[in-house]
Design a binder for this molecule. Structure first.
Ligand code: GAR
Length: 189
């Protein structure tokens, strides 16, 4: 039996997509979804999907072992960051080597780093008149968006694309690739 924990800060559409993908796989459990925002839409999704969720604040995350202890207790095969915007504390990274995986909505190493999330990324891609964008699924290390890349997928950006259409193209790649990459990692470990 494989067991994953998800972290999310916002809407949680990737969380929902991952939960649905693994729904008919009895050998994979979503243990819980952790969020840093009590108003995150992901919490409503968890209620609807009957997935256990937990909300924590910055002090619990950065200055106590509370989340680290919960993760140790859960002993996940993978910790998945699906739109989670806080930096992961060093001791959590050290406790789960090569087990924390993030998705980024651009082709890293371009358009990564602090402040680069959601539409900020697509805005920079548009302003630089990029001809392509995409997704990067990577291991998490101590620096934002710098861990080893596991998988990338590209989409063409047309001159007429606006931020919404770029976001939709990138999101489609996220929904298609992220659950499959997670599944592959779970059974390769
Ligand atoms: C996703 O597009 C994900 O790639 C991005 O946040 C979005 C979350 O959407 N992550 C980052 O930008 C991380 N730097 P969702 O809440 O609808 O799944």
């Amino acid at each position: 039996m494989k067991n994953i924990v998800l972290f999310a800060s916002g809407s949680g559409s990737n969380v929902e997509n991952i939960v649905q993908y693994f729904q008919d796989r009895p050998n994979i459990t979503i243990a819980s979804v952790l969020t840093n925002r009590r108003d995150a839409k992901v919490l409503d999704r968890c209620n609807r999907l009957k997935i256990s969720s937990l909300c924590f604040n910055k002090i619990a995350f950065q200055q106590t072992d509370c989340i680290l202890d919960i993760l140790k207790e859960t002993d996940p095969d993978l910790i998945i960051l699906a739109g989670f915007l806080w930096k992961i504390p060093k001791k959590i990274i050290a406790a789960f080597p090569n087990k924390i995986v993030n998705i980024h909505p651009a082709l890293l190493p371009k358009y990564g780093g602090k402040g680069m999330y959601g539409f900020n990324v697509h805005k920079a891609v548009k302003e630089n008149r990029e001809k392509e964008s995409g997704i990067s699924i990577h291991y998490v290390n101590e620096n934002y968006d710098e861990g080893a890349i596991i998988h990338q997928a590209k989409t063409e950006i047309l001159p007429d694309d606006d931020l919404e259409t770029i976001a939709a193209k990138v999101q489609a790649l996220e929904y298609e690739h992220f659950p499959k990459v997670i599944e592959k990692l779970l059974f390769e470990q």
